[in-house]
Write a protein that binds this ligand. Sequence first.
Ligand code: MIC
Ligand code: SF4
Length: 642
Amino acid sequence: MGLTVTEKIIKEHLVVGEMKRGKEIGIKIDQTLTQDSTGTMAYLQFEALGIDRVETKKSLAYIDHNLLQTGPENADDHLYIQSIAKKYGIYYSKAGNGICHQVHLERFGVPGETLLGSDSHTPTCGGVGMLAIGAGGLDVAVAMAGGEYYITMPYIVKVELKGKLRTGVSAKDIILEVLRRYKVKGGLNKVFEYAGEGIKYLTVPERATITNMGAELGSTTSIFPSDEETYRFLKAQGRGRDFTPIEADFDAHYDEVIIIDLDKLEPLIACPHSPDRVVPVSSLNRIKVNQVAIGSCTNSSYMDLMKVAKILEGKTIGEEVSLVISPGSKQVLNMLAQNGALAKLISAGARILESGCGPCIGMGQSPNTDGVSLRTFNRNFKGRSGTPSAKVYLVSPETAAVSALTGYITNPEEYVKDINITMPEKFLINDNLIISPAEKGEDVEIVRGPNIKPFPRNKAMDETIGGKVLIKVGDDITTDHIMPSNAKLLPYRSNIPYLSNYCLIPCDKDFPKRAREFGGGIILAGHNYGQGSSREHAALVPLYLGIKAVIAKSFARIHRQNLINNGILPLIFEKEEDYGRIDVLDELLIKKVLTQMKGNKIIVKNISKDEEYVLLLDVTERQRNILKSGGLLNYIKARSSH
Ligand code: MIC
Ligand code: SF4
């Protein structure tokens, strides 16, 4: 039987296990990327591994998240990362060069290679046929040290695109349609592989919008074949030599097939506060807009912003609208500046922000109280914008631009007739903000500012685990709830003690206090616990607060792995109804954990209620050993000393 694109790449990189759906496999990683907000931890952990030089083909350290410098913290973190990069053989992309995913796609993505990034939107490079996966910082550190990366051999969903998009409908609407169908937990252990005649009309930047936001499905990754369009893009980036064609065999086997008829697709919008609350833009009734934000790793390409410039040209934005635009990279900004499009955006009234994540991660531009913000981004979780009462909607650049003009949420199909933007034959190439590592790292001193604090490390698992249930939360708790990120907290990503005062406060402001008072305990959660980002802080901070186990109905992929990597037990209910029987402050006890862990069932006693529940520990042998060792670092250290 033939192979899918995903299987072809996995086959080439398989180091451990067999390509059987649902089974654990270890794959070799060719490239890694980190960004500054997860990077400091990733590099502290890399240092703890004691390796002299990265062993990947290419590793990049980007600075894009923490660009506001309201105190010395962010600048100090950047210097730490820059010195690490220089010493250990990592290319350093300076602040101003752009958002990691956009820059990586432009300058480094290679069809057929594997990429592991400490950011959940790493799948962006699936747009050039790369197998690109998001992970916690420690997993990326291990990959930099030459270790394989473990995933569940994914189930493969074929997304067959038929026909051609109409004017005013865009790639963003395609991924919103997939989210409408699969929801935020529908992609677990799946890869979404795009196929069909419709893909040939999608340029690489459009494909990358789709693979980027595929992260919101909770999937392992998303990928497009590498074809003539891929070659056209790479050649225009001066990287024709990086091209290899990869397509699925005609008799490849897919686990699911869905069809999207592009001719029939209409502009869609994700309503507050989840990326899967998708409805047609046309179904909303004149909702007034206070802010429009265009950018983020989803929609900040040259093509996207050229469309916006064309829509805004010669017009003025609505009186009560604030329009902010963050170009995805220096390349994009520079090209807009040179061809005059930037002037059109400015003339129409746009506020131009620097090339970075900016408002997407709450680093500035928080909306007004109760404000409506229309964003081309990928996430609209409550409070993520920095304004808890704001209502954030997610849309395409077309919908955003048209709505900025009218002042209310508007279907672009009614306004735009022709906005064909063709991809340039040559992008403007200038990599002068990418700093090469030192030839020899020995003499490079690491710059460690006062904000760089040691990270917590677990110890080998005890025979008995117990404690109070410190919090009980519902379904779809995101990492933004567990470890909020905003302009006030992001500068402390290398300072776990400081961050611990804010853990889970959007759910219960007394959680950190309670955790301290009882010397740690247990978290109780519903489905899809830990959805969203790759931020390891959502595991490191609970570890610091003494959390021993999280008992949930189900977990999101990256967060579950981050818990395991930090020696925190991720347990699921055998009977979901038991969730209802446990209350906050109940005292739970798991006896003989190490013995019980030999199987996959764990009995926990609720001392307060004198009841017992059966929990499942759905882990592989390797993960079981990591948990017993008290986390991945201890596990690796123990193995290398044997
Ligand atoms: C995000 O979009 O939530 C982030 C910020 O990019 C995170 C990483 C982080 O928390 O630093 C992600 O998506 O992994
Ligand atoms: Fe940055 Fe937002 Fe993309 Fe995360 S989703 S990498 S914060 S632009």
